[in-house]
Design a protein around this ligand. Structure first.
Ligand SMILES: Cc1cc2nc3c(=O)[nH]c(=O)nc-3n(C[C@H](O)[C@H](O)[C@H](O)COP(=O)(O)O)c2cc1C
Length: 291
């Protein structure tokens, strides 16, 4: 267990650590007193205590000197800047014939790893695939995965069992997608890659299936990466069919030598985009219920 204590010489007794700590480890029994440390073993290392104290009075073994950065006011973004980034982010599926610089991918992974994770698990792993042969094989396995998903829907007996297992509503929804899956797999077989679109790089987000919220965590990180991609001149789109194929079986995870019990929960196809969007079209209005 990491050492957690308060340097009483530096503490100004403002109690910020006690307000910020979600685990209730810093307890300020009375206003204007040094908080007491309670149950430090429940610390899940989110670092809010060291980040919130303006006096560097919180001493935490997992955050030694040099591991806590300053928030730079000059790097703060306005609402308009953030909204423009979000509105102008588009799925980009046409890529220039240029390998993606490792530094650009590292920048977007850096953005991904600062996304929130359930219980601060930070369990997401990243696989970057740039070798063209490997990307082709991932594409082939994705197409094969789509065919495997579709196959049981052609068997009247299997349909009865699947319908019973997933319920009529889900069954009807998925059954409606089967022709599309088969069409995409067929196009792929005929040489038109609408699954990975000749992307020069894949960034796949994986985690141990035993985590608390591995899929949610991976996809929150993925969206951070997708937004950051826009700012470094990369284009990307969500490789949903690849992820669906990974839901069905582990052939892509095995091909990429992921750790045992790890699953791919999210994926981006990446490259330098051929096209730049200069406009953003309206979306459906938000359906909001105010209670
Ligand atoms: C879960 C999910 C799966 C997706 N799967 C694919 C995919 O397999 N192939 C693809 O080209 N785009 C895929 N997309 C991108 C969507 O088609 C796209 O986000 C949507 O049409 C809106 O367009 P925009 O991203 O340009 O705003 C996926 C997006 C999400 C969120």
């Amino acid at each position: 267990m990491a050492e957690i204590r308060i340097d009483t010489d530096l503490c100004k007794k403002d109690g910020f650590c006690s307000v910020a700590c979600v685990q209730g480890i810093f307890r300020q029994n009375e206003k204007g007193t040094v908080p007491e440390i309670v149950g430090p073993e429940s610390c899940f290392l989110c670092g809010q205590c060291v980040a919130i104290c303006p006096h560097d009075a919180v001493v935490h073994g997992d955050f030694p000197d040099g591991s806590v950065g300053d928030v730079k006011p000059e790097h703060e973004s306005t609402y308009e800047q953030v909204l423009q980034l979000m509105r102008s982010r588009r799925s980009k599926r046409a890529f220039r014939d240029k390998p993606v610089e490792r530094g650009d991918i590292e920048k977007i992974i850096e953005a991904a790893r600062f996304a929130p994770t359930g219980h601060n698990a930070q369990g997401t792993g990243y696989v970057v695939v740039q070798d063209p042969d490997r990307i082709r094989e991932v594409g082939r396995l994705t197409a094969e995965g789509l065919r495997k998903m579709a196959k049981p829907f052609h068997s009247p007996i299997a349909r009865i069992f699947i319908r019973r297992a997933m319920g009529a509503r889900t069954f009807d929804m998925i059954a409606g997608f089967i022709p599309e899956l088969e069409h995409l797999a067929k196009l792929y077989d005929e040489g038109t890659d609408v699954l990975l679109n000749g992307a020069p790089a894949l960034l796949l987000f994986h985690a141990d299936t035993l985590g608390l919220s591995p899929g949610t965590d991976a996809n929150l990180g993925l969206q951070n990466a997708a937004l950051a991609a826009e700012t470094v001149g990369l284009g990307c789109y969500y490789t949903g069919f690849l992820v669906s194929a990974c839901d069905r079986d582990d052939s892509i995870a095995r091909f990429l030598s992921l750790p045992e019990h790890h699953k791919i929960y999210g994926g981006l196809a990446l490259g330098y985009p051929k096209l730049t969007f200069k406009k953003w079209p309206e979306r459906k209005p938000a359906r909001v219920t105010w209670l």
